[in-house]
Design a protein around this ligand. Structure first.
Ligand SMILES: Cc1cc2nc3c(=O)[nH]c(=O)nc-3n(C[C@H](O)[C@H](O)[C@H](O)COP(=O)(O)OP(=O)(O)OC[C@H]3O[C@@H](n4cnc5c(N)ncnc54)[C@H](O)[C@@H]3O)c2cc1C
Length: 552
């Protein structure tokens, strides 16, 4: 199969040849560089590539061209190669038009002319976009096949694992393909044990553990050294940011991740408000970039490796792992996050992030402009969510299990006087309506009268509490009554050190009640459940950890 193409378009022959030369030098080994001197000839080339069943990875076009502007060309090309990255080569005068095109999702980036030196002004941007393209494009291939069903949580877990590690696979739905179903049953003793993973080398794994998949895929699951300066538990945004800052400061660090990097953020289809990404990025893309960055600085990241506990040994900290092994280190950073309590309703899993959202889904609100939505829960987070959503939605119906709300007075008053918000008390969600990927309504039950009714709506935002994943520190460090880890000033009681604190200094910011054990992100008391917060706490914690390591 031919290499993917990078198309470069400019009506100025001198510029066209210069860009082509620079692109060929850097990307010529992996991509075919195709050049065109006008929008029309570019479109001809695009149609020819399409006819030959070849792919375009990236368009790099001048904006000001006679007959057809760069943006007009990109708009047409997008219909043929929707996944290709689109970059405009602009003069300063065109930056406004480029920025507004980013907002309309027509453009991935704009570059200013001249781009010399290309090592600084051209290659880094294009490399990143091409890496993105490779990670998201689904090439036809003879690779791993995963046979499963949409209703099987284990199938989702396995798909998620492959997706988060950018391992391409083909999905086979046993409910849609009799042949696949028969194949699966024959591999699992006549039963439907899902999922079944077929590897090109003939290996077949039935209901595999994530660890089996990681090992089979050649991902590191065992630490390469017995001792580290820092062990980070959890590879969500908090853990990954910590790894980047630690490794870049020369701290030898190991990251342990129970599943695959990304954490809860990996479930977010689009994080719109993360600094530096004007057209948003998915949680998975963020994780992939962070993993690459952390590894580039020398951090070691293990997948499918759970920490089960932490104990103290003199000045050292020992992290115990599920496989029974132990890792010695000077400091530990807990970034194990929280898991949002889930609603157990048939069919809901297929709607997650496509009409059903857990926790901090504020970024989705604008998509539901003038449409009715639901909020599940009666505490502060649900109330705040409902208030926020009422700015966009035509109506917000709150479904509250109890006969009253358990949130701040001001919020209860605000909810009561908001004309767009209706609160249904003693009401539980018992069903979801719609197709996978498209919520159309819900069924609710009044838990006093037992009356059921169907309500139409486009989205359901669930705020029924988050559970911190702090079990591995239970009994070792101070937690609040809900299990969130207390750190820094939150540990101090009436200005005094926490009970048992052995040092004559205050705990560092983000340090727990045990010196040398730190916590960041959703697992920590007082955080606000945001990607950016977890990531920035990671950076702050590393500064404190450096002080701690220097004090040893
Ligand atoms: C569906 C969804 C959408 C969201 N959308 C947004 C959004 O658009 N914008 C926004 O700002 N926030 C959003 N959030 C919230 C945001 O994702 C979290 O605030 C953020 O991910 C917290 O990061 P963290 O690193 O603290 O923890 P997490 O992301 O929870 O990561 C913790 C990691 O630790 C691992 N782990 C746990 N225990 C262990 C163990 N014992 N051993 C090894 N590993 C372990 C977990 O597997 C996980 O990967 C969303 C959350 C959800 C659920």
């Amino acid at each position: 199969m031919a290499s993917p193409a990078i198309m470069v378009i400019d009506d100025d022959t001198e510029v066209l040849n210069a860009v082509e030369r620079d692109l060929r030098e850097k990307f010529g080994r992996d991509y075919r560089i195709v050049k065109a001197a006008s929008g029309a000839s570019a479109l001809e080339a695009v149609h020819e590539l399409q006819r030959r069943d070849e792919v375009v990875a990236l368009f790099l076009t001048d904006q000001r061209m006679p007959q057809m502007t760069g943006l007009q060309l990109l708009e047409t090309a997008r219909e043929i190669y929707p996944d290709a990255k689109r970059v405009l080569l602009t003069a300063y005068a065109d930056t406004e038009v480029a920025i507004s095109s980013i907002n309309k999702l027509l453009l991935d980036y704009y570059l200013m002319k001249p781009w010399d030196p290309p090592e600084d002004n051209l290659y880094p941007v294009l490399e990143e976009l091409l890496e993105d393209w490779r990670a998201n494009v689904k090439p036809s291939f003879e690779g791993i096949r995963v046979a499963g069903a949409l209703w099987s949580p284990r199938s989702h877990e396995v798909k998620d694992f492959f997706a988060r590690h950018q391992i391409p696979y083909q999905w086979l739905d046993v409910d849609r393909d009799e042949q696949v179903r028969a194949q699966v049953e024959s591999r699992s003793g006549g039963k439907l044990r899902l999922p079944v993973v077929f590897y090109p080398d003939g290996t077949i794994l039935v209901e595999p553990e994530i660890r089996d998949l990681a090992e089979k895929s050649g991902l590191p699951t065992r630490a390469s050294m017995p001792f580290y300066d820092l062990v980070i538990v959890g590879a969500g945004p908090g853990g990954l940011a910590s790894a980047v800052y630690a490794a870049s400061s020369g701290i030898r660090c190991l990251v342990l991740e129970r599943q695959a990097p990304g954490g809860q953020a990996g479930n977010s289809p689009k994080i719109e408000n993360y600094l530096g990404f004007p057209n948003g990025l998915s949680g998975m893309d963020l994780a992939r970039r962070a993993v690459t960055q952390a590894k580039r600085f020398g951090a070691e990241i293990l997948s499918a490796q759970s920490a089960t506990g932490v104990r103290l040994q003199d000045n050292y900290r020992v992290v115990t792992l599920l496989d029974g092994s132990e890792i010695l280190c000077k400091a530990v950073l807990i970034a194990t996050g929280a898991s949002f309590r889930r609603l157990e309703i048939p069919g809901i899993e297929e709607l997650i992030s496509a009409g059903v959202y857990y926790g901090a889904a504020y970024t989705e609100a604008a998509y539901y402009q003038d449409r009715p939505v639901f909020v599940v829960g009666g505490a502060n987070s649900a109330g705040q969510g409902a208030m926020f959503l009422s700015r966009f939605a035509s109506k917000v119906t709150m479904l509250i299990r109890r006969d009253t709300q358990w949130s701040s007075r001001y919020l209860v008053d605000a909810l009561g006087t908001n004309p767009k918000i209706e609160r249904l008390f003693n009401t539980e969600v018992v069903g979801v309506l719609g197709k996978p990927g498209n919520l159309e309504g819900i069924t609710v039950l009044n838990n006093i009268t037992q009356e059921k009714k169907t309500l139409p709506g486009a989205a359901m935002f669930i705020f029924i509490g988050a559970q911190p994943q702090s079990d591995i520190l239970r009994g070792l460090v101070a937690l609040d009554e809900n299990g969130f880890i207390l750190t820094g000033r939150d540990l101090m009681q009436a200005g005094k050190y926490p009970p048992g604190w052995p040092l004559d200094r205050d705990p560092y910011i983000l340090e727990t009640s045990v010196p040398g054990i730190f916590a960041v992100g959703d697992v920590r008391f007082g955080t606000n459940h945001r990607v950016a917060t977890a990531a920035s706490e990671g950076a702050v914690a590393i500064a404190a950890i450096e002080s701690y390591l220097n004090s040893l």
